[in-house]
Design a binder for this molecule. Structure first.
Ligand code: AMP
Ligand code: MG
Length: 350
């Protein structure tokens, strides 16, 4: 299959791109498109056949359900039941935006989308391209991240091309995304609502609107490896670079020295090494190894670059990556959640 790549230009010509893309969705095809979190791989979420193609294209296990993307409130009423007062408040505050809510599903939603569950995950994205595509397609678009299962999520069109060229009908190239981490997921079928996946919308932000939240037990640091996450996708080794990634946690200068030492040791053994550093710590390391993902003064920069840096090390053929740790507060919770998964839980605590 040839993948048709069209670049948005913020001109009236974009209209044609959306029309063509919506036609592909309506015919049951696959279109990758930018959202404010990461690139999504979209199909008609109300069609069993169309949504089924997503699993094949990504190599995604069929028990890992998809998020349905809607453009307006009517879209929600067609797919979700029992929308609570608390859910209304969260939607008021954070939609459109990077927050996914879990509801009981209506019978029209195919089980292939929900991985056989009676619940459905719904998000209203804020990215104008995502919104326009959904509006023109006049359906709920099922869209997981547009990467091959297990690889870091795509934050640029080039990442989607690396993983999906030849497997999908079309890619809408909207440049780099703004946030860079997948949406926050909150289960609204329980009370208090339960955080299933941390993201850009943080726990304090959510609690300010609906009061106390529960945490999925698998998110707890001390969780045993056999605690099964409620979001089926969270159990898979995710976001993984090809290299072995180790996180070193401790006081900043001390951690940096240890990372420099570990990297030097591997380098002397003849391995290709990489270091994930921040503006504050780059001076501790060998120039050629280091990728600066952002500044600790602004965690949004770190979130935005994390997946791209993991992919960059893949391109370079890096065999061992060492990363500094980040605070688990606010956005740091989401950053560390993805980093720890990418490291397969390999953490050195000083
Ligand atoms: P992705 O779209 O690749 O970011 O993955 C979607 C995430 O949402 C996965 O971790 C899924 O397991 C989770 N998810 C989707 N639907 C449900 C649901 N009904 N209940 C719990 N988790 C869900
Ligand atoms: Mg994903």
């Amino acid at each position: 299959m040839d993948t048709w790549i069209r670049k948005l230009t913020a001109s009236p010509e974009d209209e044609d791109i959306y029309i063509q893309a919506a036609q592909i969705i309506c015919r049951g095809g696959l279109v990758a498109f930018p959202t404010e979190t990461v690139y999504g791989l979209g199909a008609d979420g109300m069609s069993e056949d169309a949504a089924g193609k997503i699993y094949a294209a990504k190599g995604r296990p069929s028990d890992n359900p998809l998020i349905l993307h809607i453009a307006d409130r009517e879209g929600l009423d067609r797919i979700a039941d029992k929308v609570t007062e608390k859910a209304e408040k969260l939607m008021q505050s954070f939609w459109p935006g990077p927050l996914t809510l879990i509801f009981e599903k209506k019978k029209e939603v195919p089980y292939c989308v929900t991985g056989g569950l009676e619940t459905v995950a719904v998000r209203m994205p804020s990215h104008p391209a995502a919104r326009e595509l959904i509006r023109k397609s006049q359906t709920a678009i099922a869209a997981p991240s547009a990467n091959v299962s297990g690889r870091p999520s795509p934050t640029r069109a080039e990442h989607v091309i690396e993983d999906m060229a030849g497997r999908i009908d079309m890619l809408i190239d909207g440049g780099s995304v703004g946030i860079g981490l997948e949406s926050t997921i909150v289960d609204m079928t329980v009370d208090p609502p339960m955080l299933l996946r941390p993201g850009y919308v943080t726990v304090p932000m959510l609690e300010q609107v609906v009061g106390e939240l529960q945490m999925d037990p698998s998110l707890m640091e001390e969780a045993a490896p056999d605690v099964k996450p409620k979001a089926p996708g969270m159990k898979y080794r995710h976001y993984a670079p090809k290299a072995e990634l180790t996180i070193v946690e401790g006081e900043l200068a001390e951690a940096a020295e240890e990372i420099a030492r570990l990297a030097e040791e591997k380098r002397r053994q003849g391995y290709r090494t990489g270091i994930i550093a921040t503006e504050e710590t780059r001076r501790f390391y060998h120039e050629e190894d280091v990728r600066v993902i952002g500044t600790r003064q602004d965690e949004e920069t770190i979130a935005r670059h994390l997946f791209a840096v993991l992919r960059e090390f893949d391109e370079l053929g890096t065999q061992y990556i060492f990363s500094e740790a980040f605070s688990q507060q606010d956005l740091g919770q989401a950053i560390m959640n993805r980093l720890i998964k990418a490291a397969g839980h390999q953490i050195i605590r000083l």
